[in-house]
Write a protein that binds this ligand. Sequence first.
Ligand code: NAD
Length: 915
Amino acid sequence: MIGITSYGAYIPKLRLERTAIFQAMGWFAPALMMVADGERAMCNWDEDSLTMAVAAARDCLTGLDKRQVQGLFLASTTLPFDDRQNAGIVATALNLPDAILASDFTASLKAGTTALLTALETAQGGARNPILVAAADRRETRPASFYEMWSGDGAAALMVGDRDVIAEFKGSYTVSYDFVEHYRAAGRHFDYTWEERWARDEGYGKIIPEAVSGLLQKLGLTMADVDHLVFPCVFQAEHRNIAKKLGAAPEKVADNMHAVCGETGTAHSLLMLVRTLETARPGERIVVAGFGQGCNALCFEVTDAIAQLPSRIAVSGHLARRKTTGNYTRWLKFRNLIQPEMGIRAEAPTQTAMTALWRKRKMLLGLVGGICRQCGTPQFPRMDICVNPDCGSHHTQDDYEFADRPARIKTFTGDLLAVSVDPPHKYGMVQFDDGGRLMADFTDCDFEELQVGLPVQMVFRRRTEDEQRGFVNYFWKATPAPGAAEEMKRISFAGRVAIVTGAGAGLGRAYALELARRGAKVVVNDLGGARDGSGAGSSTPADQVVEEIRASGGEAVANYDNVATPEGGEKIVRAALEAFGRLDILINNAGILRDKSLIKMEPENWRAVLDVHLHGAYHVTRPAMAAMRDGGFGRILLTTSAAGLYGNFGQTNYAAAKMALVGLMNSLKLEGRKHDIKVNTIAPLAASRLTEDVMPPELFERAQPEYVVPMALYLCSEACDRSGAIFNAGMGYFSRAAVMTGPPVQLGGDDTVPTVEDIADHWERINDLRGAKELADLNAATVDLMTPVQKPSTAAAGAAAKPAAAAGGVDVQAIFDGLAGTFKAEAAQGVDVVFQFLISGSGGGEWSCTIRNQTCSVARGRHDKPTCTLKMAAEDFGAMIGGRLPPMQAFTSGKLKIEGDVMKSQLIEKLFKIG
Ligand code: NAD
């Protein structure tokens, strides 16, 4: 049986929104509006037909032994070389065997199906198989033309052979006509296109039906026997009409991918075929047609083997990996349709020595390095001496392919001075997981995406172009692995050991389950008593949670000790150390309720609640703190309540205990600081046995503990750098609560004690919380209280000038007030510059900052002769000055716009203490 044995696809990550073309050029060509929907696939500046063919072929080779491949047929009308076998470059990049037949198929859009048909017939004739067929096109179109809208860039690859056939070849029918609805003369950049109506009616509308009908007749089939009809046609309505003419029901017709990709030239029939194969079921019949100076129609029948095909990216995967852009000028630059100044560095010689290229072809085109036979160390490039200092063997290197090896970023830089089509030029050291490293360019990513440790994949790309001699240099670059950044952002507790008290039910159980799901080893503590803490206790709640964790592959141990006693606390911590050897996280969560109004509150009820909540936290935290100190890391979470923070009738014991925990946190945050032990407090709102009779039923339904978990776990993670804060969390809502202190009001004189009447007279001012602050500790509070008081009028004005800060936004005025204080005079020698800041958004405005004679002065308003003007949103400005947004990143991401002398703006980082 001969047929297709594997498939692969490639669609560039970049997609240009068609509305962007219309927005830029609609004034010139209003008719473009008719097709200005969806997006077209767009090559990055370093991609072309060859790089895309390599990518699709790699996808197709998934799970196959490439040493078996006996032929490579490459189809494209946009091959970079007229006389240098392009298929040979692809074969070298793929490290296919030297003894293969490589051939280029070109000069017609149906070259893709012609290459496929030729491969099938070659295999059928028994001459050779398997043969890899790859088709790719990156066609150039004139700006503001319909073809710019309709076309897309992409590639497809199919393996043809007689083993593990997934779609058996049933036959073909071909017609060849010199029908010229478009052509590209030798040496021309763009196609010349004839009238679209004629192409549609006389070309697509007649020739495709002729070939498909011919095929069906030849095979003795009717359209009823066909499950999928695959043919390209840029004219949406005609696509439907042709299907109708052939008697194919709309559901049988493969989508022409106009909305998601555009028409990819010679690759398009094959790309649509791959997309069809992705979901085709055994027994289904597929007819695929390729149009272009005639038409090839081929018939396949899907086999059972399709179910065994290893998963790959294919069309669906590439359609999902997309990054849209509305930047039409970027498109024009990437296509070389505009020639902006590239600077003198772009004139550096790029001539390739063919001798070196031949000698090093495996390394340069195939990314083949070496691996030491003695010690197994991989290295790039391959050399005579092993790089392993403990080995150092000579002449022990075998070939080692790096292209498909997992790798990560070790170092990176964004170089604005280096010549680049897509600045900044991004490059750095790539470290392969199994050994070996190389300096590589990064592509298909923004600078902001790069980070040390980010998993990357190697991709074959254009490196430089020698325009003088018409030569393109290819090499391998690194691109972030799909989903890698998200994976890196994932908050993991792998290797961490956590204790959750009261984890047998309610919130504690939810915390423990999620901690374990994210890799933590958990001590599930629960006494198993009644809601009011009475009863002998039970091991069941803790055991059940441990079982749940283990059943889903996590690690946990149960503990049934009572947090309300010092021995209980000791034992809980010991359980963690004995089972897992360390302790990183403690969630003090155990709780009971004994609600009564104060007059009815007997001492035992008062004490029982304080014992569990307040003393319980002390009993467990004390030994836990010691273990964390020894480990040099710790996260402690205390559990308060809205009843404590704000008050609730009938809960004086509970409220007192819960608010006392805030006091515990305030001091503990200071004691834990030098050991990286962070202490925070959560005020949850969740459905549990504690709240079942106090929450209205509809609220109880919605308030599942899982909605509180994200905040609790974040506060226990390495990512959390806050200590000493309180957070409300419930039903997916989160807020921070804090003890705020109003501006101090000084009464009396330096030598005069204020009177009670003074208080009465200034009662409103003392009560005024406008301009209130959070104070770091007792010392800060004492200093703040005695800070010279603003006069009533200025206090009010000051408060009014800071609405953004009070509302939780960025206090831009305060930043400028403090700017001169962060000025580094020693760095300003010889600097004479005026920065004009235009800050937009809430709290924004205009400020200028003049630096002259090593002094800095800041003034509100516009300077009449600024050296450079910096425009930013208030929030971004706050982040930049706060050190959270590096100025260079702000600039390259467009958050910071600079007018005037851009170079001078770089002084800001030197002249001020940022962060
Ligand atoms: P819950 O009753 O479902 O869970 C508390 C768990 O603590 C129980 O399994 C209980 O057996 C255990 N426990 C009680 N005393 C213990 C002790 N001495 N030693 C060990 N374990 C003990 O209640 P929940 O709603 O999940 O409450 C968890 C925490 O959240 C409590 O501290 C509670 O005060 C606090 N809280 C809850 C809410 C809410 O809306 N549910 C609101 C504010 C605060």
